[in-house]
Design a protein around this ligand. Structure first.
Ligand code: PBG
Length: 331
């Protein structure tokens, strides 16, 4: 290898033509999934204070949103529902006329070609705000893993009947993927894919989302089911391994920006598994807030962040900026 002064690496970035020629990591709208929050009511497009630029949409407004983004070429949308009534079992989550089931139908009516993914979890639907069924044990409330699986099975079946394209279970319960896969297969939905939130860390980056989805736990936290970010990265590999063994088709890692090492590790160990990363609410709101203050350039930071996530190994990115990126790429 020659060295300076024969070699001058700056030649490789001397002008824009050379820089363009060497671009390797490209963002494309068809690899982006836009999260949308859906609630009951009519004519509601309610701004989410903790996530400037994001809204809770009633079904009629959801239809308008889908009409608007139809031509953006996005990979799809992921729907989060805010039910009118919450209860102990999160029963709206598996009701055939629940908010999310109606939202799936609304999207498909507005654009039959829109790829629809749903978050499969209980936290938006339970009155206590936890991701599973709560039971009392030794004077303390805790999430009953196996009873939760039964509720998740009911939930995925109702999403399947409503016409969903991809199910994304996010509750971090043990055996969740296997339970969902077997229920789908038993009911003639063996073609329906599952994208597991396999590696989901307990993170303060979800803060703004809890206001958006009205899903903050009333008591306690999610430490006993979401992963601890101080544990060995290899534990993430076990989560992935198990979910694949249980039948997961795609794997998701969440959050994204502070976990690029985990994305890269999982991609290296499982190169053939389609990998997604969720660029979560806190990552969004931090940049929105700084940009609103004029401290950072929003567009440049969004491109830099999403490119890093993609370069680390995520083919698919769930991001609240999906529309903006599609628009910027087109102009
Ligand atoms: C539901 C769920 C959450 C997010 C996605 N699905 C909240 C949580 O786990 O606390 C967070 C997404 C975001 O912050 O943008 N379990």
């Amino acid at each position: 290898m020659s060295s300076f002064p024969t070699t001058r690496l700056r030649r490789l970035r001397y002008n824009s033509g050379m820089r363009r020629l060497l671009q390797k990591t490209h963002l494309r709208p068809d690899h982006l999934i836009l999260p949308l929050f859906v609630r009951s009511g009519k004519n509601i497009r309610q701004p989410i204070p903790s996530m400037p630029g994001q809204y809770q949409l009633s079904l009629d407004e959801l239809a308008k949103e889908i009409q608007q983004i139809k031509t953006y070429g996005l990979g799809g949308v992921i729907l989060f529902g805010i039910p009118e009534e919450k209860d102990e079992l999160g029963s709206d989550s598996y009701s055939d006329d629940g908010i999310i089931q109606r939202a799936i139908a609304t999207v498909k009516e507005a654009d039959p070609d829109m790829f629809v993914c749903t978050d499969v979890c209980l936290c938006e639907y339970t009155d206590h705000g936890h991701c599973g069924f709560l039971h009392e044990k030794n004077g303390r409330y805790e999430v009953d893993n196996d009873r939760t699986l039964v509720l998740l099975q009911k939930q995925v079946l109702s999403h399947a009947r409503a016409g969903v394209d991809l199910l994304a279970p996010s509750g971090m319960m043990d055996g969740m993927i296997g339970a969902i896969r077997s229920e789908l297969d038993k009911n003639n939905f063996s073609q329906l894919p599952v994208m597991s939130y396999a590696v989901k860390y307990h993170s303060a980056f979800y803060g703004p989302f809890r206001q958006a989805a009205e899903s903050a736990p009333q008591q306690g936290d999610r430490c006993s089911y979401q992963m601890d970010y101080t544990t060995a990265p290899e534990l993430a590999l076990r989560e992935v391994e198990l979910d694949l063994a249980e039948g997961a088709d795609l794997i998701m890692i969440k959050p994204a920006m502070a976990y690029l090492d985990i994305i890269s590790l999982v991609k290296q160990k499982f190169p053939s598994v389609p990998l997604a990363a969720y660029n979560v609410s806190g990552e969004y709101s931090l940049i929105q807030a700084a940009a609103a203050n004029g401290w950072v350039d929003q567009k440049q930071l969004v491109f830099e962040s999403l490119t890093a996530i993609h370069r680390a190994g995520a083919e698919i990115i769930l991001t609240y900026w999906a529309k903006e990126v599609a628009h910027w790429l087109d102009h």
